[in-house]
Design a protein around this ligand. Structure first.
Ligand code: PLP
Length: 374
């Protein structure tokens, strides 16, 4: 067997070591440190948005956005059924209830045409998730939000640098959230950020992120609201700044890898790729494929086992929010049908997707897949 190819691994080839070393040598290792501000400014600017607030992961970034917008008990928040559980959990943390919408069969994002049927008098916000780096239909979602007076919080955890109609993801929201987990297109190991163009929202995010310490009050340690410690350390921000400096390179690599997968699998029947809208630039966080077992001649589980025997790592796709015991017990309505989400979850998986993959590795993976079809 030749070398093992993991699903993902980080690429840390820029100024990461230099900046982290500087932070350690000067003793600035907490959240008070110049890299936090520099990373916030650099990443917000990369998104084309005025303000950024760094936090310790992408899950709390979503929670912080919801809290800053005043969403809480009794409210409903619309999210896709096909997403990572963090989107739903963050809503639960506020006491509000997540409400699910099925995925679109082509883009695998929230089906915008099915959002309005889920809106009630309690609905306060929509969280579109740019699944695997593929921008949602932000024209349709922004129009719905405007019509029904709802907030938009993009969960852009998987979509650093993606674009819709020439604008970066993260710039369509009241507040948008990002993750910098180790496998994301940009990483700090663990980390997250909210970005916003609205000064009021920015101030609220900063306030809630840091324990609701009084801003202009006469007495420190006097807290008017319940806050959170969601601060990011200067060490993580040092890595984040170095990553942001190379954001366009990483984006190009992921897009190129996705093109190679499509090219080398173009003559293989029964392999379905995610499609993006014509005005959407997908940054391909993960190269997911869905198997049509009748056309491919094998099931997804058989193919996953075969890839594993050949030293190629894969990962299953998300399980529908409507099938999560945790959310059902929390009080979510899990009774509806989410056929597209179930189809993705039952027939799809990720292929190796690291930015650093070589064309030779991708060729090898595709040959294993092609050689196994019947
Ligand atoms: C990764 C991810 C998150 C959570 O980010 P963490 O940094 O792991 O907390 C949230 N939403 C989506 C869609 C993600 O893929």
């Amino acid at each position: 067997m030749s070398d093992f190819i993991p699903v993902c691994e980080p690429l840390l080839g820029g100024n990461e070591v230099k900046y982290v070393t500087e932070a350690v040598q000067t003793g600035w290792i907490s959240s008070s440190g110049k890299y936090v501000t520099q990373f916030e400014e650099a990443f917000a600017s990369y998104c084309g948005v005025k303000y950024g607030v760094a936090v310790c992961n992408g899950t709390v970034a979503i929670h912080l956005a919801l809290a800053a917008l005043g969403i809480g008990k009794g409210d409903e928040v619309i999210i896709p059924a096909f997403t990572m559980i963090a989107t739903a959990f963050a809503v639960c943390y506020t006491g509000a209830t997540p409400v699910f919408v099925d995925a679109d069969k082509e883009t695998w994002n929230i089906d915008a045409s099915r959002i309005e049927e889920k809106i009630t008098t309690r609905t306060k916000a929509i969280i579109p998730v740019h699944i695997f780096g593929n921008p949602c239909d932000m024209d349709a979602i922004c129009a719905i939000a405007k019509k029904h007076n709802l907030y938009i919080i993009e969960d852009a955890a998987e979509a650093h640098g993606a674009e819709f109609s020439g604008k970066k993801t993260g710039s369509f929201s009241d507040i948008a959230s990002f993750s910098f987990f180790a496998n994301k297109n940009l990483t700090t190991g663990e980390g997250g950020m909210v970005v916003t163009g609205n000064e009021e929202n920015y101030k609220k995010c900063r306030y809630f992120k840091n324990m609701c310490f009084p801003v202009d009050a006469p007495r420190v340690y006097s807290h008017d609201n319940i806050g959170f410690n969601y601060r990011m350390s200067n060490l993580h921000a040092a890595i984040g700044l170095a990553q942001t400096e190379r954001a366009d390179d990483y984006r190009t690599m992921r897009i190129h890898n996705a093109e190679l997968y499509k090219k080398y699998l173009s003559d293989c029947k029964g392999i379905i790729f995610q499609k993006n809208q014509a005005n959407a630039l997908n940054v391909h966080w993960m190269n997911a494929i869905v198997i049509n077992p009748r056309e491919y001649g094998r099931t997804k589980d058989e193919l996953i086992a075969h890839l594993k025997e050949n030293g190629i790592d894969t990962r299953l796709l998300f399980v529908s929010m409507s099938r999560q015991k945790s959310l059902k017990e929390f009080g979510c309505d899990c009774s509806g049908e989410y056929p597209v989400t179930d189809w993705l979850s039952e027939n799809g998986f990720y292929l190796p997707s690291a930015s650093s993959l070589t064309e030779e590795q991708i060729k090898r993976i595709c040959n294993v897949i092609k050689g196994f079809s019947k």
